[in-house]
Each structure stands twice: as C-alpha cells, then as structure tokens.
Design a protein around this ligand. Structure first.
Ligand code: CTP
Ligand code: MG
Length: 227
C-alpha cells in the first residue's frame, strides 16, 4: 500500500473574519499549514502529500512547505469538494490510498492517520472516517418558533483525516460532480455516489476544527507542552 495525503488548505476562512486564509494563521507561532505538514511528515504510513492552496497563493505555500514528502501544490477550487477533485486529478501514478485532511484541524495526530489507514491496510474497508459522538442536545430549527429535539444516541460528528482507496474516491468525486451533487466531506461523496460505504473509526475529541476566532484559543489550550 502506498498512501498520499491531500492537505486541504484552499478555503478563504470567511468565518474567522481574518484577512488571510486559515492555512496561514498561526497557532503558537506555527501556521496551520506547517502544522499539517509536520503531522504528515511524522506519519510513517504517508508516503507523500499534495497541498490544495488558496487562489493565487501557490507560491506562498511552496515557500512554507519544504518537505521531502511534498509531491505537489495545486490551486484549490471554489468549494472544498472541487479542491479535493482537483487534487485527486493531480495524484501521480504509484499511489493506491488517499488520505484527505483539512488543514483547519491542526491538532490531528499521526496516530489518527495510522488508525484511519488501518482498515485499508488490513483490507476490510475501502474507506475510513474518524467519528466522535455528539455530547450536546441537538435541536432542529426549520423556521422561527418551531424548535424540535433530535435524539442524539446515534449521532456522531465526522473529522478528518479520512482515508480511501484512491480509485474509489476518484470515481465518487467524478460521479457527484457530473450529477451536480454536493458533499460536505469525502465520506459523503462516497455515500452519495452509491459506491461502498466508509467505515467509522474512533475520532479524537481534541481534533477540533478551527472555524471561528475563539477556536484558536481553544486549540492553544489543548496543545501539549511540546506542541
Ligand atoms: N477548503 C478547501 N477549498 C475550499 C474550501 C475549503 O480546500 N474551496 C478547505 C479549508 O482550507 C479547510 C477545510 O477545507 O481546511 C474545511 O473547510 P472550512 O473549515 O469551511 O474552511 P474555510 O472554507 O476556509 O472557512 P469558511 O467556510 O469559514 O470560509
Ligand atoms: Mg468553508
């Protein structure tokens, strides 16, 4: 098995309200992009990686990312889904597994990369996704004044990294793009294309996504002394 990681860094970070894409924001002096690069470098099962860069920031990404595992930097698309599709098209020959990871999750650990790749290495699944049970009460608000409660016992949130057989994820993304279907993550791309289903594996509650400014403070608090 040869695995390539796709680091998704092409978002604009609008909910952060910052002037820069999230990939270039720093957490304890290190950009989120460099943290993701460090994690894939420290992941023994990852043989190379691609970066989907924000529009017009490919050179800036190349300057920040100096790694022997770097396979390429490409321009992302308008949506995350389009960024993944472009990156999948750029994967060179010789890889059979792809691990998609959001640079917006700077606390993902190499062990989580190993855990999502395990079902593929052991041959019992074509995809694996880290999930964490929802702990809060969940409400549906279809319109003002009509809040209803959703039973949460079988509800989980999905994280990245997510691992897939390369051919299967490629086919799924091509199919949903051709059929005008949008998917918020790669597990959904697989599901919507009615191919195989990804396997859930235990996620890491501290693997938070940086979405709003306060998330950076939470992440800072979760960092270990050596991070
Ligand atoms: N992403 C991407 N290409 C896009 C949109 C998102 O590669 N066109 C990446 C982001 O860089 C991020 C991950 O997908 O690592 C998850 O997206 P999200 O948290 O929504 O990040 P942004 O799109 O940057 O943030 P916002 O939605 O607030 O603008
Ligand atoms: Mg977004």
């Amino acid at each position: 098995m040869r695995a390539i990681a796709i680091l998704l860094a092409a978002g604009r970070g609008e909910r952060m309200g910052a002037i820069e894409p999230k990939a270039f924001l720093q957490l304890r002096g290190i950009t989120l992009l460099e943290r993701a690069v460090r994690t894939v470098e420290e992941s023994p099962g990852i043989d190379g990686f691609l970066v989907a860069a924000p529009a017009d920031a490919e050179d800036r990404v190349r300057e920040l990312v100096r790694s022997p595992k770097l396979v390429g930097v490409l321009a992302g698309g308008e949506t995350r889904q389009e960024s993944v599709r472009r990156a999948l098209a750029a994967v060179p020959e010789g890889f059979d597994v792809v691990v998609c990871h959001d640079v917006a999750r700077p606390l993902a650990r190499p062990v989580l990369f190993a855990e999502v790749m395990r079902p593929l290495r052991e041959g019992w699944s074509d995809g694996a996704v880290p999930v964490v049970p929802i702990v809060d009460s969940v409400k549906r608000l279809p319109e003002p004044g009509r809040m209803t409660s959703v039973p949460r016992d079988d509800l989980y949130v999905a994280q990245t990294p997510q691992a897939f057989r390369l051919g299967i994820l490629r086919a799924a993304h091509e199919w949903i793009a051709e059929n005008g279907i949008s998917a918020s993550d790669d597990a959904e791309a697989l599901e919507r294309s009615e191919g195989s289903l990804a396997e859930p594996v235990p996620g890491d509650p501290s693997n938070i996504k940086i979405t709003r400014p306060e998330d950076l403070e939470v992440a800072e608090a979760l960092l270990g002394a050596d991070d």
